[in-house]
Design a protein around this ligand. Structure first.
Ligand code: NOJ
Length: 544
């Protein structure tokens, strides 16, 4: 019985590689990553040893928010390829034993989606699928409530009525180009269940759900009142409303019509208890553990985070889902390259804290390698953001004129934007763009730093001490030694943490001084470490 569960529920132990498609590999030579580039690099992913890929939105889109503004949920962005190529990719990945998870964006559409265009043209049925409301003030010149957009400024934009006069306002929790859908409308519910089936029928293995905690709003759209910290936490009537769970019960029924399909929620909620509500047995299978991502490189904080996350997930029978980086946050090799706070950084949107002072990138990389062994050593699902296996740092000095994140302008420059973690991958060669695009292609959509020659996959291939080799070895050993969900803390000195998974122990040292570790070294993040000793800013897997 135990064994059956383990094989069927592949997602409980999987390592999923996040493909940020516009920056993964450019196959057609236009400076933008695409399906052709991804297909050509599938052998690389296979060799890395991952179980699945999650592909960021690849649908037609005006790309105002890098594809999170979808204008057609059943097609492929022409710059990325065709539906035929998507089907080939799914088949080829499956042939290599790699599952394919797509990104679904249900909270909002693009303003170029036919529904929203019809809504603006005055079609009442289409308008009822969005959240249009009259403004306040004498002439409706004030937004309907005080909600703020995550990207800055009001979460409302005033529309123009078909006769050219100022009309109602529409809600957008993100950019004005991303109007929020009204999920109390059964047509919206039916449409997305149909979109899920459309891709499940093509063999897709699951979906990452964008802003999974945003879909249901308080029916009266009341003011949120003054707030501190993240805008989407702290009991806000626009976020994490109870109504959202009925939506996911419906989605789960759809997934259960198929075999082995999985959902992973992007839900930035107030607590692990709130997160666990999304993971009840008739709702979603997994949800990113963002407290772990926001934890500093401090063993005691990481330990507490792991305990809290595991307890909450266990309570509903779900695995914890570990993640260190993604396309929205500063890469962890850079987050760890500065002095670390003693507590979690509560808001990823307050990125400035990670940009103070000059980074010590060598230290950041040491810690990133250690954090990788910690993460991949934990029971549950682990996500790897493309490029972290190469040890890539954040590109902090991108010139303002190349930055593209809509949050920069919308926040009036208060947000630095997320371009620095989205720079294309360096594959090979000595000069930029390091094999990202074929010879003769125009510049990539974001420039790669000239200093990235040592980070290319090619440069790291042959080096047994490279970060790429560390990830390959870790994934190989994980599938052999770190199976099952067993887990037990092991007593360890101050500034360290250690846990056992059967005969293997995972050790992390953030104390500032070397510590003694037991057993035989299976894998260490610090290639210079001697047997029996774990230097600071390092991790090891030992057999005891
Ligand atoms: C979360 C996505 O990860 C982010 O990139 C996007 O800007 C927002 N959701 C809005 O869709």
């Amino acid at each position: 019985m135990q064994h059956e569960t383990a094989t069927a529920e592949w997602w409980r132990t999987a390592v999923v590689y996040q493909v940020y498609i516009r920056s993964f590999a450019d196959g057609n030579g236009d400076g933008l990553g695409d399906i052709a580039g991804l297909r050509a690099r599938l052998p690389y992913l296979h060799q890395l040893g991952i179980d699945a890929i999650w592909i960021n939105p690849w649908y037609p889109s005006p790309q105002i928010d890098a594809g999170y503004d979808v204008s057609d949920y059943r097609a492929i962005e022409p710059a990325y390829g065709t539906t035929d190529e998507a089907e080939l990719l799914i088949a080829e990945a499956h042939d290599l034993g790699i599952k394919v998870v797509l990104d679904i964006v249900p909270n909002h559409t693009s303003w170029e989606h036919p529904w929203f265009e019809a809504a603006l043209a005055g079609d009442a049925q289409a308008r009822a699928r969005y959240l249009f409301r009259p403004g306040k003030g004498v002439d409706g010149e004030l937004p309907p409530n005080d909600w703020e957009s995550i990207f800055g400024g009001p979460a409302w934009t005033r529309s123009t009525a078909p006769d050219g006069t100022p009309g109602d306002w529409y809600l957008h929790l993100f950019a004005p180009a991303q109007p929020d859908l009204d999920w109390s409308n059964p047509e919206v519910v039916a449409e997305f269940e149909d979109v899920l089936r459309f891709w499940f029928d093509k063999g897709v293995d699951g979906f990452r759900i964008d802003v999974a905690h945003g879909l249901a709003k308080h029916p009266e759209l009341p003011d949120a009142g003054p707030r501190t910290g993240r805008k989407d936490r702290n009991d806000h009537p626009g976020w994490d409303q109870d109504g959202v769970h009925e939506i996911y019960r419906g989605w789960r029924r759809v997934a259960d019509e198929y075999a082995d399909r999985v959902f992973v929620a992007e839900a930035w909620v107030e607590s692990n208890e709130r997160l666990a509500r999304y993971l009840r047995p008739d709702e979603l299978h997994t949800a990113f553990q963002f407290d772990f991502l926001q934890a500093p490189f401090v063993a005691s904080v990481m330990k507490q985070t792991i305990d809290d996350a595991r307890a909450a997930a266990d309570a509903v029978g779900a695995p914890a889902t570990w993640v260190l980086s993604n396309h929205d946050v500063v890469r962890h090799a850079t987050r760890y390259a500065r002095s670390q706070p003693e507590h979690a950084v509560s808001s990823i949107w307050e990125q400035s804290r990670w940009h103070e002072g000059a980074p010590d990138l060598a230290l950041g990389l040491r810690r990133a390698r250690a954090a990788a062994l910690l993460t991949l050593g934990l029971p549950g699902t682990a996500y790897v953001y493309q490029g972290e296996e190469l040890g890539l740092p954040e590109v902090e000095d991108l010139p303002a004129e190349v930055r593209q994140d809509p949050a920069i302008a919308q926040s009036g420059g208060a947000q630095i934007g997320r371009d620095g973690c989205r720079v294309p991958l360096p594959w090979s060669g000595e000069t930029a763009p390091f094999g990202f695009s074929p010879e003769g292609a125009p510049e990539p959509w974001l420039p790669l730093p000239d200093s990235w020659a040592p980070y290319t996959a090619e440069a790291q291939e042959a080096d047994p001490d490279s970060t790429l080799s560390l990830y390959r070895r870790a994934l190989e050993l994980r599938s052999k030694w770190l199976v099952g969900e067993g887990f037990e803390w092991v007593p360890s000195p101050e500034g360290t943490l250690a846990f056992a998974r059967g005969d293997v122990q995972v050790w992390l040292n953030t104390s500032g001084a070397p510590v003694a570790v037991p057993g035989e070294l299976l894998l260490g993040s610090d290639p210079a470490a001697e047997a029996g000793t774990l230097p600071s800013d390092a991790a090891a897997w030992v057999r005891v």
